[in-house]
Design a protein around this ligand. Sequence first.
Ligand SMILES: [Mg+2]
Length: 263
Amino acid sequence: MEASELASKYRKQGFKTLKLKVGKNLNGDIEVLQSIRAAHPDCLFILDANEGYTANEAIKVLEKLHEMDVIPVLFEQPVHRDDWEGLGHVSQIAKDKYGVSVAADESCRSLVDAKKIVQESLADVINIKLAKVGVLGALEIIDLVRSSGLNLMIGGMVETRLAMGFAGHLAAGLGCFKFIDLDTPLLLAEDPVFGGYEASGPDYSFSNARGHGGFLHWENIAWTHSPIPMSQPFDMGTPRQRLVAELVQSSGLSLTTVNPISS
Ligand SMILES: [Mg+2]
């Protein structure tokens, strides 16, 4: 599907801000943005380069966007996670020259990283993911960031609504996140979770009386109590297989064959 068609699909669902994965090819990225912009002139953008640009390329992108009169609401992880100098440089230019906030995602994998980002003013926003730093790690980073004046974003990996539900509850409960990016369940072909939060486009409702309220199709889950080494690499291709991986990670059990649950 063309980028502008995809944009139309999500705009119809009520999303006003779209996140674009960029960072592979500077000119190609600008073209995609132009095509979406032409079809949806009032659409807001978050750019996520996933470490893909050099600092110079990231600044070039901001320059081109400026020429197009586009001010992204956020520019996520413009450079490689270990390029601290580049991150700080892009952040400074983005903020001072173009009025754009930069978020650290892959660069912030621990409280130590968060402290460095805060102390050296390397980004304006820190993207927290429970799958990246855990719940306690997230709470420590949240405390630090809140007291520092930086802004917080909450995101996720490609997760089912089970994991997203935890992140959503955390975000709704604390209310301190300026950017909420919890939409990856939309990318999955099927939703293996019963109950849980209700989503209507960008609006999530957490009204369940008991906990997060979501549960699984247990009959489809393959699991074991004894540690059996995997003989083959685990294929994360289907939602059910990802779900099993999530479940196993959170339970401390070991993964066995995925054949019984292949869909
Ligand atoms: Mg990201």
